[in-house]
Design a protein around this ligand. Structure first.
Ligand SMILES: [Zn+2]
Length: 163
């Protein structure tokens, strides 16, 4: 069980019952953490406890820790806690995310390649336009090609901005 599952499974009175305590009608037990508590000062709530005399309080894990004088980890195990080994499914997720990162990296590389080519084409078409008679056939073809490449560049920039 995980910490949350243990908390779901046991409430405070289940835990104190393990140690032989029976809360009175008002939900108090004699505090085992300070001597001579005839008044029953330790209040048992649903999920936690609090001693109105000595001030100790906490959840079920703290109660077990204090009763047995053990660490949280030990109390967790006493209450049926288990550390789960990573399952095949979670390893698969890790593998997938590695693969995804790899795919993304390749995609970015391809995009950079496209951008380089596109910049080259833009400068070639600009050079054509500078060297040819405005509105001649070659000039017009270069103009159209340039407009297309500028459009592609804007698209590529937008894709890059999304990453
Ligand atoms: Zn106390």
């Amino acid at each position: 069980m995980t910490v949350d599952e243990i908390k779901e499974t046991y409430n405070m009175s289940d835990i104190v019952a393990r140690y032989g305590f029976q809360p009175n009608r008002r939900g108090f037990i004699s505090c085992p953490f300070h001597p001579g508590d005839r008044q029953a000062s330790l209040k048992i709530h649903e999920r936690d406890f609090y001693c109105h005399a000595c001030g100790i309080g906490g959840d079920i894990f703290i109660f077990v820790e204090q009763m047995e004088d053990i660490s949280f980890k030990e109390a967790f195990q006493v209450l049926g806690g288990t550390y789960e080994k990573p399952t095949f499914a979670s390893r698969l997720t890790v593998y997938k995310s590695q693969k995804r990162r790899e795919m993304l990296r390749k995609e970015q590389e391809r995009l950079r390649g496209k951008k380089r080519l596109n910049c080259m084409l833009i400068s070639i078409y600009r050079a054509y336009m500078e060297r040819t008679e405005p509105f001649s056939d070659v000039w017009c073809d270069s103009y159209n090609a340039l407009q297309y490449q500028l459009y592609v560049q804007a698209e590529l920039n937008e894709i890059e901005a999304r990453w």
